[in-house]
Design a protein around this ligand. Structure first.
Ligand code: SAH
Length: 349
């Protein structure tokens, strides 16, 4: 079953229609397709936020180097291993290492860590560490890393260069990396924020088209959550005409459309969704096409300092209680935790 090849106008209509019934049909169609392709399993990927240090200046992100209001931390390798053991104990198939762009975690230190994690835990290892060099990504692949997440944030190059100032003028770097990493043998994930200031329906529709053109294995989307410690945290300009809202409802439409265009992709219910609606966010996304959750396994002493945006869900709840809450939520939805690493889904029909 191949994805539906929606043209831009169609996608734009789905994104903007005011008719509740059409939206509800869209979400239901995505939910049905999800159950036929990737099934009822929800893959759990333990998220370890290994460092909040960052040398970049993204206008949307609280980790930006200019933000002096958060205490900075860099986990020790043994602390990361300990967190990964928790993932294993809880039965998760994957550990996700995420951080700001922090060269204090050198290429070789990350390589050694990956080797150790693979040997000891046999978990799938996903990297979400930003724009590191191809040499580094290649050495990490050889060390056993399985997947990379690197969101392209927006397909609109002008908007991108404004909110994600490039290094060495290379605006295309994330798109190039996505292609190179795929050919290195990584499973590759990307995504965007929904409702980023300046994002119109045209731009968001193009983002969704691009997910399938890039043939992504994983697509993560979440609402943009303004962070008062960043330049985009305060409304300083009037919204552009046709500005997309940064809401759960809008994000659910994007998840559903992503599922319909990429039937076999792994699509997480992201933490930003849970930040806007801690009670129902995950269940709503899992009923609109999503099939992955990334429970936070960052040690409590660091967790609240990984402050990309405010209002992070489960910011001060122990890993065990987050795990149990998620498990009971899944079973009340008739969904079950995934078994195994939850890797690339191949088309069987
Ligand atoms: N340094 C890594 C990981 C970044 S954090 C990288 O750049 O790839 C992961 C994602 O969080 C980002 O890609 C971005 O899409 C999202 N994010 C950052 N700030 C946000 C905000 N204010 N609201 C919602 N999502 C945000």
């Amino acid at each position: 079953m191949n994805g539906v090849d929606f043209d831009l106008n169609r996608i734009r209509e789905w994104l903007t229609t005011g008719e509740e019934e059409i939206v509800s049909e869209l979400l239901k169609a995505a939910d049905r397709l999800r159950s036929e392709t990737v099934g009822d399993e929800v893959h759990l990927r333990g998220l370890v936020e290994v460092s909040n240090r960052c040398m970049r200046s993204c206008l949307y992100c609280g980790l930006r180097s200019e933000n002096s209001r958060i205490p900075r931390y860099r986990m020790q390798p043994y602390e990361v291993v300990k967190a990964a053991r928790k993932a294993k104990t809880f039965g998760y198939g994957t550990v996700v290492l995420q951080s700001g762009e922090d060269y204090g975690w050198s290429g070789s230190k990350i390589e050694t860590l990956i080797r150790h994690l693979k040997e000891e835990t046999e978990l799938a290892v996903t990297l979400s560490l930003g724009e590191r060099s191809l040499d580094e990504y290649s050495s990490w692949k050889k060390a056993g890393a399985d997947r990379v997440l690197i969101r392209f944030e927006t397909s609109d190059r002008k908007l991108l260069s404004k909110v994600h100032p490039a290094i060495k003028d290379d605006e295309e770097i994330r798109f190039k990396l996505l292609a190179e990493l795929k050919s290195m043998g990584y499973e590759v994930g990307s995504g965007v924020m929904v409702g980023l200031p300046g994002q119109t329906a045209d731009v968001l529709a193009r983002d969704i088209q691009l997910f399938s053109e890039l043939d992504l294995d994983m697509v993560g989307v979440g609402p943009f959550v303004p962070n008062p410690e960043t330049p985009l945290g305060w409304i300083t300009e009037p919204p552009v005409s046709g500005q997309m809202p940064a809401t759960i409802e809008q994000t659910l439409r994007v998840i559903a459309l992503t599922r319909l265009t990429l039937p076999w992709a792994h699509i997480p219910s992201t933490s930003a969704i849970a930040a806007l609606d801690p009670e129902l966010g995950h269940s709503r996304a899992l009923s609109a096409g999503a099939n992955v959750i990334m429970p936070n396994l960052t040690p409590l002493r660091y967790r609240s300092n990984y402050a990309i945006y405010p209002g992070k869900a489960f910011a001060d709840e122990a890993e065990e209680s987050v795990h149990h809450a998620l498990m009971s939520r899944l079973s009340s939805m008739g969904r079950r935790p995934g078994v195994g690493v939850g890797g690339k889904m191949t088309q069987r029909v």
